[in-house]
Design a protein around this ligand. Structure first.
Ligand code: PGA
Length: 958
């Protein structure tokens, strides 16, 4: 294959591994050749010239070379710019896949070397070098640690029983790649894995290289941008792709890992319940997305049920194939035979099946199970939930599988129920039921208020509910929640929005009747007050979702507040205390067995108060909520609404779990998995399994430690964060940082907003058709402003020009002010950095975002804005101050020196990303300076492409 250097990362001597650099170079040279073939030598020369100029600008510290690159771009026509964007974006798609392969390779290598020398592969497998050490952060490692601490096998099983881990997929608009691009990347990843196989024959390698070449060629020629926004239904299907694919398989492996670990460390096994379940918002999160209608939620439920049952039928086929045990060889249990007889009374099988399986009771039983599932499938109706039968439930299916397992155990197949297909099916049914992933419904508190107001007005109870004070609202709500009669007899008479809201509650009620497990939580975004949580309860009552019991309404669905502004986080524990002692809500809580879920919003709090304030306010709120729930004996589950990037609470979930205040380590946890994070974590089975095992490891060990070891609490957190000096210092840090941040954004309008709209591509992000949800909560036609802009595009827009404000800004002002005013605080900050995982995590994440930021490139964007309103110098100043302070606190010579591999990867990517940034700057400038609509359309399209390109380069939208 002809070689071409143009898109190779120079990895030699950089600490980047040899296999990774080999793969990147292979993909780079393929792409180079394909570029020549598809678009010609001339364009290829531009690719190369721009890359070299940007690289030299960096190495020679000569900004004039970057100017030269910008001038060269200014001479290009739009078609060439578009082609360049394609080539560079494709390059990053390929590099990202090679990096994913590197992660898999390292994990597999570690797994191979873990475990005792004679297990499971035996001497010579490589694991004899491990000294029997389990792989870090694995399930095996967690069980090994518990054993060492003296836990018996039953205690470990009991601990698993306390776990309640619920990752939640959302359709948040952060996946910029089209599905077809994702699929091609997956193909490329598989082919790279095949190339890595040491036992591949020359013919297999040649075939693989040919296939790889073809896939790269197809990828380069594929449109990056969707022609239209995806519909909600398409988003639901995308979620199902992951749930029924990699997640489905991961669940089984995780259950199996638990069994292996128990057998390995205790030479025993124990049944563990479903400690991990998935939930979804896709098709049911309505907050700010008018496309998620009641019909869509109904359809989503029906589709999930249908697809899941169909998947079980496929799994049962496989099981039937395995269980060909003949009565003439072994007997079946009495219970199983009786159940077959009972089945025969209710279910009609074909004579052919009855005859075929007359000697094979297990297969016969499975035929009955299949017939029951098929009957359920026949009753699925996307338009009428209530018509769906509920006479054979997921619990019934599990009970049938258990009967089979018990019978096998009784007759000499001890392990058969715990391994293979039967074990897999039991794990799947326990986890996914018939619903696949329970659907949470989320809506904004303002919408509930409007709906309640409409109902009260119509019923003649209260003419101006919205105008009442909080106390007055509570009075009305309390009275109505104790009153069994509905407020209005015909909800169809309501205005449009309240009528729609009531239809949603009706759908929830109907779904709950058919399959209660299919309904997740009811989440209230922007919960500010106690009435915000009581209002949806009144709507539930109105829809007949629940009953008035002992004079107060009880809803069978969890009502969940979402606290997401700084003020609301500060007041969260008080709000919850008021609710816990509220006569009506206390009854609701009792009806839920004292269980309360509380959600926290990481992005909106950052958008509201900036980086340090959001993180500190969240940490305090978590601690305080843990305490108040303890006081009222409330069984708390925290739900962390985190995004992928640091500015949205991103980072490794397992580390975030370990850094939580110990008071909330009770085994229960939920977190969102959004957009690009879903594909990053779940697209490749090996990576999915690693992510999930880390989640389980962290939750299991933190729960055990918090329960067993009082000193753990002191050691890790409480002592540090409640020590008044430290808390005072953190308060000051957060306050100063918020001050700097709020100065930068102004009052959400004015010149600060003006500069923001000039320097970032927010205008174009709004047009990017990556999701069904609009970027703003403002109604169609209304102007987008800071207040209505969603936190995701806010982050996205700061990432593109490389300011990455939400990930660090304010650090410089806050730290330098503290160090100027109280120089002795340096010792405390240093010690906090060494001792306190929370503080270290926040400071390291800020460093990471500072390393990803690139103010020399941001300057190119700023150069095209109105200098009178520019805030560029302010941001640069904060960056420089932050750098000085962080180096002092962390004892480093350079920012982010403590993560050399990541830092190197950012640096290696920079010259290529610079080209994409320069192309975007040029396009923004051309777009601004033309009035010609057709020219604007062409440039607008190219700008969308540049957004995708930079997102691929940064591996995040925002
Ligand atoms: P939201 O999410 O806007 O849907 O609340 C914000 C985020 O996840 O970043």
């Amino acid at each position: 294959m002809p070689r071409w250097d143009g898109l190779e990362l120079e990895t030699e001597g950089t600490g980047i591994s040899e296999p990774l650099s080999r793969q990147v170079n292979l993909l780079g040279s393929m792409l180079g050749q394909i570029t020549r073939d598809q678009v010609g030598d001339e364009l290829f020369e531009h690719v190369e010239a721009l890359r070299v100029l940007c690289k030299r600008a960096e190495h020679e510290n000569d900004p004039s070379l970057r100017e030269e690159a910008a001038d060269r771009i200014a001479d290009l026509d739009e078609d060439d710019i578009v082609r360049l964007l394609h080539v560079y974006t494709t390059f990053f798609h390929l590099v990202n896949q090679a990096e994913q392969q590197e992660i898999i390779r390292i994990n597999r290598e570690r797994a191979r070397r873990s475990g005792p020398a004679d297990w499971p592969l035996g001497p010579g497998s490589g694991n004899e070098q491990s000294g029997g050490q389990p792989r870090a952060e694995s399930i095996d490692a967690a069980v090994a640690q518990l054993k060492e601490e003296g836990y018996s096998v039953d205690e470990v099983a009991e601990l698993f029983g306390q776990l309640d881990i619920q990752p939640t997929l959302t359709a948040h608009p952060t996946e910029a790649r089209r599905r077809t691009v994702l699929r091609k990347q997956k193909r490329i990843a598989d082919l790279l894995a095949t190339l890595d196989r040491t036992d591949a024959t020359p013919a297999e390698r040649a075939d693989t290289l040919d296939d790889l070449h073809a896939q790269v060629a197809f990828l380069l020629a594929t449109d990056e941008i969707r022609a239209d926004r995806p519909t909600v239904r398409e988003e639901v299907e995308q979620g199902h792709y992951f749930l029924h694919g990699p997640i489905w398989d991961t669940i089984f492996h995780i259950h199996r890992d638990v069994q292996h670990a128990l057998r390995h460390h205790y030479d025993d096994t124990a049944e563990v319940p479903a400690f991990l379940q998935y939930r979804s918002w896709i098709g049911s999160d309505r907050d700010g997305n008018p496309n998620v209608t009641a019909d869509v939620t109904r359809w989503t439920f029906a589709t999930q049920r249908k697809d899941t049952i169909e998947h079980y039928l496929d799994e049962l086929d496989q099981l039937r194939d395995d269980l060909s045990l003949s009565r003439r060889q072994v007997t079946a249990s009495e219970a199983l035979l009786n159940s077959i007889e009972a089945d025969a009374q209710e279910v009609v099988l074909s004579d052919e099946s009855l005859h075929q399986y007359r000697h094979e009771p297990y297969r016969l039983k499975l035929c009955y199970v299949e017939a029951r599932l098929e009957a359920l499938l026949d009753q699925i109706d996307e338009t009428d939930v209530e018509a769906m039968a509920a006479d054979y439930t997921a619990d019934d299916l599990l009970a049938d599988l258990d009967l089979i397992a018990e019978s096998l155990n009784l007759h000499g197949f001890n392990d058969a129920g715990r391994s293979g297909q039967l074990h897999r099916m039991r794990a799947l049914v326990k986890t996914f039921g018939f619903h696949l992933a329970a659907l949470d419904v989320r809506q904004h508190s303002g919408v509930h208020e409007e709906t309640v107001a409409a109902l009260l007005r119509k019923a003649g109870v209260e003419g101006d509910y919205a105008g009442l004070s909080e106390e007055e609202k509570l009075e009305v709500l309390e009275a109505e929640l104790q009153n069994p009669r509905p407020l209005v007899s015909d909800p169809d008479d309501l205005p449009k929005m309240p009528a729609e809201m009531m239809e949603v509650f009706d759908v929830i009620r109907a779904i709950h009747t058919v399959d209660p497990d299919a309904v997740g939580s009811y989440i209230v975004s922007m919960t500010h007050t106690v009435s915000d949580l009581l209002e949806p309860m009144l709507l539930a009552k109105e829809a007949g979702l629940g009953n008035v019991v002992d004079g107060a309404f009880q809803c069978p669905v969890d009502m969940v507040p979402l606290f997401e502004t700084i003020d609301d986080l500060d007041a969260a524990d008080d709000r919850m205390e008021t609710l816990f002692t509220h006569p009506v809500y206390a009854q609701q809580l009792e009806g839920r067995d004292g269980f309360q879920e509380i959600m926290l919003g990481y992005s909106d709090s950052n958008k509201d108060g900036g980086y340090w304030m959001a993180n500190w306010a969240l940490h305090k709120a978590i601690n305080d909520l843990g305490i108040v729930c303890d006081e009222y004996d409330v069984d708390l589950r925290l739900f962390h609404g985190r995004g992928g990037t640091v500015g949205r609470g991103g980072g490794r979930s397992s580390q975030a779990i370990r850094a939580l205040p110990p008071v909330v380590h009770n085994g229960r946890i939920r977190m969102t998995e959004q957009g690009e994070i879903i594909s990053f974590r779940y697209a490749l089975p090996d990576i999915a399994r690693r992510h999930v095992e880390q989640l389980v490891n962290a939750t299991l060990l933190s729960t055990a430690q918090a329960q067993e070891d009082e000193s753990y609490k002191e050691m890790l957190d409480d002592k540090v964060s409640t020590d008044s000096d430290v808390a005072g210092l953190m308060d000051r840090l957060a306050e100063h940082s918020m001050e700097a941040y709020r100065d930068l954004i102004g009052d959400g309008g004015g010149t600060e907003w003006q500069w923001y709209t000039q320097v970032t591509p927010i205008e174009h992000i709004s047009r990017l058709p990556i999701a069904s949800r609009p970027v703003s909560r403002a109604s169609a036609g209304e102007e987008v402003d800071f207040g209505s802009l969603r936190a995701i595009p806010w982050n996205f827009s700061w990432t593109q020009p490389r300011y990455i404000v939400p990930g660090w800004y304010g650090t410089g002002y806050a730290l330098s002010k503290i160090l100027d005013e109280t120089p002795e605080a340096l010792d405390t900050l240093r010690s906090l950095y060494r001792r306190w995982p929370f503080f270290r995590g926040i400071l390291d994440s800020a460093q990471r975002e500072m390393a990803r930021a690139r103010l020399s490139i941001a300057e190119q964007y700023d150069a095209h804005t109105d200098p009178a309103i520019s805030n560029h110098a302010t941001i640069v100043e904060d960056y420089e101050r932050a750098e000085v302070a962080i180096l002092k606190i962390t004892d480093q010579d350079e920012i982010f020196e403590n993560s050399p591999v990541l830092k190197k990867s950012i640096q290696l990517r920079n010259p290529y990303t610079d080209v994409l940034n320069l192309l975007q700057v040029e396009l923004m400038e051309r777009y601004r300076s033309t009035d010609d609509p057709s020219q604007q359309e062409t440039l607008g399209e190219a700008l969308l492409l540049s957004l995708n390109g930079i997102a691929a380069a940064m591996q995040s939208t925002g």
